[in-house]
Write a protein that binds this ligand. Structure first.
Ligand code: GTP
Ligand code: MG
Length: 195
């Protein structure tokens, strides 16, 4: 699979430090601790991104190359309360700059804890992405934390909410722990990367 060949490329503190805006990128975003880095690692069968029990671990924009043209991007988590306000504004700024300005961006994967989906921050991010006509795919992470029925209910609830929003939006259950949902996530990435 293409995604196994992913390798770390670089970490950028701001948009100005990102690689040349060429080729295709898919960004992974979400609240701090939602499981972004774990999902990236799971989808690439690698330990590319650092995971942690401490929210706010990923503070830089991290780029992982799949091939010469295609990159996966681990964005800093948002909504983490215990960082100073100034720092939080900076992150929000860099994140916003990246999503609104990056030309090579093909789609945004948003990770949400299946038990706490669609926070205000999540909805803001969806709004920023869809305003640019970017497709958004939501991974409801840590699905292993819920039994089958409650997980299915959460999925349906999120689907219903997304139906009220205009845009190219999709959602699925995902568990990095159990490697559940990888096939559907790969299908979506293939589509965006034209693989
Ligand atoms: P920041 O970079 O700090 O914003 O966090 P993140 O979104 O990258 O989250 P990360 O992948 O580091 O995971 C946060 C915590 O959730 C870790 O303790 C993970 O082990 C746990 N976790 C992530 N994915 C899963 C999952 O699918 N199932 C379970 N049970 N735990 C998970
Ligand atoms: Mg992370």
């Amino acid at each position: 699979k293409h995604y196994n060949a992913a390798s770390f490329s670089l970490s950028a503190p701001t948009l100005a430090h990102c690689p040349l805006d060429e080729g295709w990128e898919v960004a992974f975003a979400g609240r701090s601790n939602a499981g972004k880095s774990s999902a990236l690692n799971c989808l690439t069968s690698a330990r590319l991104a650092r995971t942690s029990k401490t929210p706010g671990r990923t503070q830089l924009i991290n780029f992982f190359s799949l091939d010469e043209q295609r990159r996966l991007v681990d964005l800093p988590g948002y909504g983490y309360a215990k960082v100073p306000d100034a720092l939080r504004r900076d992150w929000g700024q860099h994140l916003g700059d990246y999503i609104t300005q990056r030309q090579c961006l093909r789609g945004v994967v948003i990770m949400m804890d299946v038990r706490h989906p669609l926070t205000d921050f999540d909805l803001q991010l969806i709004d920023v992405a869809t305003s640019r006509d970017l497709p958004v795919h939501i991974l409801l992470t840590k699905a292993d934390k819920l039994k089958r029925g409650p997980a299915a209910n959460q999925l349906q609830m999120v689907r219903n909410e997304l139906n009220k929003i205009t845009g190219n939006l999709s959602v699925q259950l995902f568990s990095s722990l159990k490697s559940n949902g990888t096939a559907d996530a790969w299908d979506k990435l293939d589509q965006w990367f034209e693989l």
